[in-house]
Design a protein around this ligand. Sequence first.
Ligand code: BTN
Length: 243
Amino acid sequence: MDDIIRKPSLDSTNAYAQSLSIDDDLACGTVVLTYNQTNGRGQLTNHWESEIGKNLTISVILKPKFIFAGDQFNISRIISLAIYDVLNSYMENVSIKWPNDIYVGNKKIAGVLIENTIMGSSIEYSICGIGLNVNQSLFLSNAPNPTSMFLESGRVFDTEKILVQLRTKINDRMNFIRDNGANSLNSDYQKNMYRNNGEYKFKDVDSSFMASVEGVNEYGQLLLKRTNGLVSTYSFKEVSFVF
Ligand code: BTN
């Protein structure tokens, strides 16, 4: 976990990482980092806003060959728990909003975009794009509820130090899965999920309803238990919180 490819400016660290030839010479844990990401990609068609030099916009290239393709949600667990670990050491009310947004209270502090390349039944490599808002104080895009480490704590952080901590936590969380098996991070992930205490209002294509977050199954689908006891299973974007 040594190599960092630093670029003053890139359209997207994920796009750049995809363009590299990811062969045996490229170490697991290699990071692509830019100080000025001009066309940051978010989930679906979203754009990721990041002010020049203020935040971490990185892609971590993992080669988790011990994770089967069918278990790929484990990559989300590794990355979101690693970000959680770092933030939790500095502030309270950090949580993981399924599948891999990181929240502080009701605001989003980090976003994750994971792109896996599957070979046979295992994950050949995984490009884990992470946008962590560190020192940005003003957000100009129409992202609904952004925040940063600075806004939450009033402190200015050293992005390099945060990067070192994040890489260490990713390594730790990845080794844990390697040693303990797929889904061994389930309970930690579940324990730290956003609004996992009590009933909240959700909406799916059919209706809005009250339900509690029961966790995530081995395929990474969200499990919601309705007031009448019925448990429904949702894939990404099939359901959302109603605020
Ligand atoms: C989201 O919440 O919609 C995901 C945002 C992911 C943003 C990061 S910033 C670094 C990496 N490169 C990209 O183009 N996107 C990810």
